[in-house]
Design a protein around this ligand. Structure first.
Ligand code: HEM
Length: 479
């Protein structure tokens, strides 16, 4: 896992003219590294990093891509949106998310919407969603108790996807996932994400308008998602116009999105803009948390000491009840477990950028029009910043453990102006779920089950995560 070093300094020249290109990974004629990337993008980029250092040039057919694998270079890229922008209209994720915050490449309109949406996602605003999250969590615990006997094999990945989709449905629409099932189901999300990712790494994909079975399936799924979303938006707008209140409870995310106003013009978002932000929240906000929780339970099952520590903490604070908002602060180790899982398995492992003007990065010229892939998976294993990077050790995130760390050495939520807007949402949700599930179950990895990570847009366990779920009868948190 040792990376070749020596490319982490930036040449002083602002123009790329005099600087050499970054070392290039060997690829096939014409195709370049397309096949390696399609086979396993993280593996290909990890190998490229080891062979050539922190900045590596790849060719993907006609497209030039640079892999960025150090905190220093990543920080430079992600904090400079004048030089490194979001991918353009050909970004396949746009086919799903439209021009929501994650995929908009128009800096002005992104900034306007980010400013409007920011207040919805502050720590205080997110705290108002605790009860919705808690309800989903309690339902998940009840569902598992009703479905499995102690010691049964459970696909933890599937269970986590189920509960995080339910949480985002409740927080967005004040309805549970069953009511949005015809539009935004786990299967639909899967079809859409796989489709977009395939197009992202394969410049030879057939045009979207060709009537291939895959294109048709994708369009069908998107039609269902759109019909459901526009339908709910129309209902809410009509109810507001008729003065009909939605009922009890705090406003949900959709209420807030419909209410936001531009500080300068007083205008709100169009139906299309709201649709894009709703789908972006579903797309960016459910699987990311689900898979990190899955990896967290997997990592705990391989580390007896960490498992005992988190169990003791949870038992001590919760006894036999569900966590309250106030309890979270008293369970710091549970959060450290999640942060360490995010280090080893960052759920959005690659953050892409488009180079907007010729520049120099790490002493190498990087031409306008090429792409950069900021590789969080490599950065989180960088040996200049992490001792024994492959070792699972939640104490890296204790106040003591964090001291002196480079600010971009751990950046699962990205950095700079595009820092994940849902970070507080994800951390509160994950903290709550982790504590509530540790209280009731000990998940043990089934040794015969193969665990292989699969980098799609997210970093999933390729074959799911089979674990036995043992009810915790000896603990104070006995069911
Ligand atoms: C463990 C969970 C999560 C991880 C690891 C994660 C990771 C990230 C990363 C790396 C970015 C930066 C992308 C870039 O710079 O291009 C990002 C952006 C974003 N995330 Fe998250 N995310 C998580 C959860 C969430 C949640 C729960 C939501 C919504 C409720 C969300 C909504 C977004 C949005 C809208 C953006 C775009 C922000 C912008 O460019 O203004 N994410 N996320």
């Amino acid at each position: 896992m040792t990376a070749t070093r020596g490319t982490a300094t930036t040449a002083p020249s602002p123009s790329g003219a005099a600087a050499p290109s970054a070392p290039e990974a060997r690829g096939l004629p014409v195709l370049g590294s397309v096949l390696d990337f399609r086979k396993d993008i993280l593996d290909a980029m990890h190998q490229g990093w080891r062979d050539h250092g922190d900045l590596v040039r790849y060719r993907l057919g006609p497209v030039v891509v640079h892999g960025v694998s150090s905190p220093e270079l990543a920080g430079e890229v992600l904090t400079d949106s004048a030089t490194y922008g979001k991918l353009g209209p050909d970004n396949p994720l746009r086919l799903i998310l439209g021009e929501g915050l994650l995929t908009s490449d128009d800096h002005e309109s992104w900034m306007r919407n980010r400013r409007m949406m920011q207040p919805i996602y502050t720590k205080q605003a997110i705290a108002r969603m605790f009860d919705s999250m808690s309800e989903s969590t309690a339902n998940q615990v009840a569902h598992m108790a009703a479905t499995y006997r102690s010691g049964d094999v459970v696909d933890v990945h599937e269970e986590m996807m189920r509960v995080t989709l339910d949480i985002v449905s409740r927080c967005m629409f004040s309805t549970d996932v069953e009511q949005t099932r015809d539009g935004i189901s786990p299967e639909a999300v899967d079809v859409a994400i796989n489709y977009a990712f395939d197009r992202l790494q394969n410049p030879f994909s057939p045009p979207t308008q060709w009537p291939t079975p895959r294109n048709r399936r994708f369009q069908e799924v998107m039609k269902g998602i759109d019909e459901m979303t526009y339908g709910i938006i129309a209902e809410r707008r009509k109810a507001a116009a008729d003065g009909v209140s939605r009922g009890e409870g705090p406003p949900d995310l959709l209420d807030m999105m419909l209410d936001v106003r531009d500080a300068d013009t007083g205008e709100g978002m169009s139906d299309r803009e709201v649709r894009d932000e709703v789908i972006t929240t579903f797309g960016a906000g459910h699987e990311t948390t689900a898979i990190t929780l899955t990896w967290a339970f997997y990592l705990l099952s391989g580390n007896r000491q960490a498992m005992r520590r988190v169990q003791d903490e949870v038992d001590e604070v919760l006894g036999d009840r569900m966590p309250t908002m106030e309890d979270l602060a008293a369970m710091p180790y549970a959060l450290q477990v999640f942060e360490e899982a995010l280090r080893l398995y960052p759920s959005a492992p690659i953050v892409p950028r488009l180079v907007l003007k010729d520049t120099v990065l790490g002493g190498h010229s990087v031409p306008a029009g090429s792409r950069l892939l900021v590789n969080l998976y490599n950065i989180h294993r960088h040996e200049r910043h992490w001792t024994e990077p492959e070792r699972f050790d939640p104490d890296r995130f204790s106040p003591e453990g964090k001291k002196g760390r480079h600010r971009f050495a751990h950046m699962p939520f990205g950095a700079g102006p595009h820092l994940c807007i849902g970070k507080h949402f994800a951390l509160m949700e994950a903290h709550l779920l982790l504590a509530a599930l540790v209280r009731r179950y000990e998940f043990r990895h089934v040794p015969a089950h193969r665990v292989v990570n699969q980098a799609s847009i997210t970093l999933r366990p390729r074959y799911g995560m089979s674990m036995t779920a043992h009810a915790r009868t000896g603990a104070r948190g006995a069911p």
